[in-house]
Write a protein that binds this ligand. Structure first.
Ligand code: UDX
Ligand code: UDX
Length: 464
């Protein structure tokens, strides 16, 4: 098929963790469409066109390789691609604003506005614009005002189609989504545009899983989904602290609680806290909006979800410090994992960053190992220079260490030869399992002093 034969020309601005996999899936499932991704970062585009994709996601390489150059393209010609496209998805980042009004809380929408103006400047026919990023409500309205202010009187419909994929399972989530949500204006042209987006997903998503709504409800649904998920983690983490003090086992509590179908068993794993690019940012967005509307009590309620998350990270470091005789100075500590969750190389807002920095403040000699995230870890800890070692092999990383702290729930950490690791470490040897993934009794039998999250510690230190 050459370009003129494609049924639709779809463009995505922003080739990141969301835009990349989502567009690859659309191209894979819809050979009749031409799908192009552009990005202001030319290196990112070059990587998408290479054998080493810029992000790691299980199954992504296969999907990209099967369609790249056929109906999936990565380009740096942003203006030209905008001009040619029928439908434009926007998936640029919306970081937390770090200056002026709302600093530290509100979403920084400058990239969005810049993108809207660029779309307007490069268009000579009406287009459908689809918001893929998580954004505070009413962004679509602002976009629409900018886009429909052009001198040529061109009409743009701005829709919301939030992405619910989670990193590490992006391909599975895209292949079999729980739901696809498309919000539009309820005008004739808005509804027609909405149908065009629904038509794309109907190529592989069952009709009953495609929800339609107005734009604001769609935008807010995405924000609220992330709020509920992060709130569950803070809830179970708050209970983990209580379990540690009182001798209960948080995993057993979570299992019993989760068997109630009204509660459900997902997202109840106690941990060192949630990370990732979305949760904290989205909570702070809502907090800021609540404050703007004078809903101070609601703002405080959601702020506490972030508060517990910060507390959980600090609590982990304090536990390490206390267990290791109140001094970490000069001790070697190995972090098992640095990614914010397993099966991704992404470290944005990873709790490991905070914990690593606090340990370095305590003058620990830090060794970081991770199968996929070392490149990002080096950037995150660049200001500490030589004080941090990075080692891909966990056996090498643990050698000569006083303690191991599990930061990421990578499967491979469950099956390591811990006797071999124990033999290579300084005694008494400690393991702090920030993800509760290891066999704590077996580690204790080997001789480790074991500190899980939300469970009593198993230690040899009181034995005479
Ligand atoms: C981003 C947002 O962070 C998230 O809130 C939203 O839900 C989806 O989009 P993600 O894809 O993970 O998530 O971000 P990132 O990997 O940083 O990708 C954004 C891309 O947009 C980057 O490659 C960046 O170079 C690009 N970009 C940014 C543009 O192409 N133009 C811009 O003006 C700004
Ligand atoms: C999240 C949402 O799940 C997804 O729907 C949305 O589109 C983007 O934000 P993501 O950030 O990729 O996805 O990962 P997620 O699986 O939600 O995990 C977020 C954080 O919570 C991770 O740090 C993870 O380790 C932590 N977590 C998750 C827990 O600590 N305990 C749990 O039980 C589950």
């Amino acid at each position: 098929m050459n370009a003129t034969q494609f049924a639709k020309k779809i463009l995505c601005i922003g080739a990141g963790y969301v835009g990349g996999p989502t567009m690859a899936m659309i191209a894979y499932k819809c050979p009749q469409y031409k799908v192009t991704l552009v990005d202001i970062n030319p290196e990112r585009i070059a990587e998408w066109n290479s054998d080493r994709l810029p992000i790691y996601e299980p199954g992504l390489d296969e999907v990209v390789k099967s369609v790249r150059g056929k109906n999936l393209f990565f380009s740096t010609d942003i203006d030209g691609e905008i001009h040619d496209a029928d439908i434009i998805f926007v998936s640029v980042n919306t970081p937390t604003k770090m200056f002026g009004v709302g600093a530290g809380m509100a979403a920084d929408l400058q990239y969005w506005e810049k993108t809207a103006r660029q779309i307007l400047a490069c268009s000579d026919q009406p287009k459908i614009i689809v918001e893929k990023s998580t954004l505070p409500v009413k962004t679509a309205q602002a976009m629409e005002r900018i886009l429909n202010s052009g001198p040529d009187g061109l009409h743009f419909d701005v829709l919301s189609n939030p992405e619910f994929l989670a990193e590490g399972t992006a391909i599975k989530d895209l292949l079999e989504p729980d739901r696809v949500l498309v919000g539009s204006r309820l005008t004739e042209s808005g509804l027609a545009a909405r149908q065009e987006i629904v038509d794309i997903y109907q190529n592989w998503v069952p009709e009953e899983k495609i929800l339609v709504s107005d734009v604001w409800s769609s935008e807010l649904s995405k924000l609220v989904s992330n709020l509920f998920l992060s709130q569950r983690i803070s809830t179970i983490n708050s209970i983990s602290a209580f379990c540690e003090k009182t001798g209960a086992n948080v995993a057993r509590v979570a299992k019993a609680v989760g068997m109630d179908p009204r509660i459900g068993d997902k997202f109840l794993k106690a941990s060192i806290g949630f990370g990732g690019s979305c949760f904290k940012k989205d909570i702070l967005n809502l907090v800021y909006m609540c404050q703007t509307y004078g809903l101070d009590e609601i703002a405080e309620y959601w702020k506490s979800v972030v508060g517990i998350n910060e507390y959980q990270k600090e609590r982990f470091v304090t536990n390490m410090l206390q267990a290791m005789f109140n001094t970490l100075a000069g001790k070697r500590v190995c972090l098992f994992g640095f990614a914010f969750k397993a099966n991704t190389g992404d470290t944005r807002e990873s709790p490991a960053i905070y914990i690593a920095r606090r340990l370095l403040e305590e003058q620990t000699q830090l060794v970081v190992t991770d199968p996929k995230a070392l490149r990002n870890a080096k950037i995150d800890l660049a200001d500490f220079g030589e004080k941090v070692e990075f080692e891909k092999d966990p056996y090498e990383a643990a050698k000569g260490c006083h303690a191991i702290a599990v930061m990421t729930e990578w499967d491979q950490y469950k099956t390591l030869d811990y006797q071999k690791i124990f033999d290579s470490m300084v005694k008494p040897a400690f393991i702090f399992d920030g993800r509760n993934i290891l066999d704590h009794e077996a580690l204790f039998e080997i001789g480790f002093n074991v500190y899980p999250i939300g469970k009593p510690a198993l230690t040899h230190l009181n034995e005479s």
